[in-house]
Ligand binder design. Structure first.
Ligand code: HEM
Length: 599
């Protein structure tokens, strides 16, 4: 990708430099103790600088780190006791600073079944919330629905996204809603809410054209008896739909050449061409690069800046994204000015999010961040949901048959669905829920506690002591597959469970046992929009196609489930694809499959 320099935004100029933070931390850990030791030895005890004093000074580094860590743990133990709470179990690695645990997590994210490493750690400690204590710092992970409820909803005001989050992502998302805190977030949410009102998001016109183009492509491959990478196709579908809805622009990625079966290799997420890259365009490639880097930063805890001391690896991709967006936003603002000088106020009528935003604010920089936020928040999440639904159709043909029967009985093979027909197709909603349960598109959510220690109710443990300024990673994927919550068949794809009133009553009473859209005040603002888009697409898909078959022989090398997964408990033993995370859930190397046309 071309290296493009750009002017920093005023927001970026205020973002704290991650290098300064890590260098200060290193200086504090590596230089301060030896300097103090040498000073004490020389100035107070009169020992000259020699081999002995230097050795003592060198030893002061691990000694200080261990002493600090020991003292902070004991202080927490006392604080917990005084509040009648339990200390969250600390992971005990073999190497200093749990370096081995950090490496295990990073390696597992790349090579193992998705989030298996966290499932294993929870099992090893027989707990649903643990403290990984990476590099002597508290870092909580939880799959406990009670903890998630407190962090996201009942104790919402005690948490923020936090400094670690902002360090990783601020340059990309700036003042956008996903990133915003406090009043900025409240205002952003209040401005956007009316745009997601039912009347606006029930207009399915925007999906009609893109859905038809996507289905035509599957049909063409089907007639040619060739497989298609459904993940790639659905990413294009959701990008084209999102760009039309957000920018009023036809990006047309569905008209770009598709990847060719047998001529692909493993890319950052899906399949990419072996020879000349037919990337949709620089913009989408830049997105994938940023997602890869930001996810990797997340798995490296607060030490990721060590790997980017000599350059921010997201810089080039962010420049590409921003350069692409500038003229688009510029045009919308100019349009608004024109309308203003003509005395026309169309604020509430705007059908395109960009025009709607431009009617609310003059801050071009903010509009750009906000648009980018919505594009990122909507594109890969919806694509991920649809991809796993079609995967399940191939794995469980009886589910596909039953849903197809419902759709054809209700709408026939031509009539497009409306908001009301989608609501009445109960089995459709059950299939969507079940796919989101097993593969929630955004399976990891991070928050950081504010300045005060907290006591958090836990589901199977005594209330937990939660230290101030500590990050917690909520792993909804594991909650959604918990046997304690969902029963012995928790790993099975069984949409019928959603038609059972006992299950739905339990979910209503324990909402965070199923939280693909998160919950509380920061619940996904696009939830209804996404469910409409997914429902609409699935109906159109099954009106034309009767079944789907996986084509594992076309998966690029390294993207099939490794042989040693077979026979493993849970979904790992059942999977025919390699699920992974880069920001959102996806299938490594895409999912190559055949769609069978009806008739
Ligand atoms: C299947 C599709 C989707 C899923 C599973 C999903 C999931 C989520 C989740 C879990 C969050 C909370 C993230 C966090 O707090 O860290 C979130 C937030 C958000 N989502 Fe979605 N999302 C989907 C589709 C969409 C769509 C289509 C849009 C917009 C058109 C959207 C816009 C947003 C925004 C702006 C936020 C931030 C809300 C805030 O912080 O107040 N999402 N989404």
């Amino acid at each position: 990708m071309a290296s493009n320099k750009r002017k920093l935004t005023s927001f970026e100029r205020g973002v704290p430099d991650y290098r300064r933070r890590i260098l200060q931390a290193l200086a504090k850990a590596l230089f301060l103790p030896p300097l103090v030791s040498l000073a004490v030895l020389g100035l107070i005890l009169g020992v000259p600088v020699n081999l002995l004093s230097v050795t003592i000074a060198a030893f002061s580094i691990p000694l200080t780190i261990s002493a600090r860590s020991y003292l902070s743990e004991r202080a927490q133990d006392r604080a917990a006791k005084s509040l009648n709470a339990t200390v969250i179990p600390r992971v005990k690695g073999k190497w200093p600073g749990n370096l081995d645990v950090a490496l295990r997590i990073v390696k597992s994210f790349e090579n193992d079944y998705v989030l298996q490493v966290f499932a294993d750690i929870f099992r090893e400690y027989d707990a649903r919330t643990v403290n990984t204590r990476l590099f002597w710092h508290d870092q909580m992970i939880t799959m406990d629905e009670s903890v998630m409820k407190f962090v996201s909803a009942t104790g919402f005001s005690h948490f923020e996204k936090g400094i670690l989050w902002h360090e990783r992502i601020d340059k990309l998302l700036g003042t956008g809603l996903f990133n915003a805190e406090g009043d900025l977030w409240k205002t952003g949410r209040a401005i956007a809410r009316p745009f997601f009102a039912r009347e606006r998001i029930s207009d399915f016109q925007i999906f009609e054209r893109t859905a038809t183009s996507a289905l035509d492509l599957i049909a063409q491959r089907s007639r040619d008896v060739l497989p298609i990478d459904i993940q790639d196709l659905l990413s294009r579908f959701s990008l084209d739909s999102a760009s039309e809805f957000l920018f009023g622009m036809k990006l047309g990625t569905l008209s770009q050449p598709l990847t060719v079966p047998g001529k692909v290799k493993l890319g950052p997420k899906g399949s990419i061409p072996i020879e000349k890259a037919t990337k949709f365009d620089e913009f989408t490639e830049a997105f994938e690069n940023v997602a890869v880097i930001i996810t990797r930063r997340g798995t490296q805890g607060d030490t990721w800046p060590l790997l980017e001391l000599f350059g921010d690896k997201t810089e080039d991709s962010i420049a590409t994204i921003m350069n692409w967006m500038d003229p688009v936003v510029g045009r919308a603002v100019a349009e608004k000015e024109k309308r203003k000088s003509a005395g026309v106020d169309t604020a509430e009528k705007e059908d395109v999010f960009l025009d709607f935003l431009a009617s609310k604010t003059d801050d071009v920089e903010h509009i750009r961040y906000e648009l980018l936020t919505y594009l990122i928040a909507s594109k890969d999440t919806t694509a991920s949901l649809l991809t796993f639904i079609v995967y399940f159709f191939a794995m469980y043909p009886a589910v596909c048959d039953r849903l197809r029967h419902d759709i054809l009985t209700t709408l026939g093979s031509e009539e497009p669905p409306t908001y009301d027909t989608l609501r009445n197709l109960k089995y459709l909603r059950a299939v969507i829920n079940e796919a989101l349960r097993l593969f929630p598109s955004a399976p990891l959510i991070a928050r950081t506690s504010l300045n005060t220690p907290l006591v958090i109710p836990a589901s199977q443990q005594q209330a937990l002591y939660f230290p101030p300024k500590t990050q917690v990673m909520m792993v909804s994927l594991l909650t959604h597959r918990s046997h304690d919550l969902w029963g012995d068949d928790a790993d099975e794809f069984r949409p019928e469970r959603w038609l059972d009133s006992a299950t739905t009553a339990k979910v209503n009473a324990t909402p965070f046992m199923f939280c693909p859209f998160a919950g509380g005040p920061r619940i996904c603002i696009g939830q209804e929009f996404a469910l409409n888009e997914a429902g609409f697409f699935v109906v159109k898909l099954l009106q034309r196609f009767k079944s789907f078959r996986l084509a594992p022989q076309f998966q690029p090398p390294g993207s099939l489930p490794p042989a040693h997964w077979a026979g493993k408990p849970g979904r790992q033993g059942m999977e025919k694809i390699f699920p992974a995370i880069n920001f959102t859930l996806h299938s490594k190397g895409g999912i190559w499959m055949y769609g069978d046309l009806d008739g």
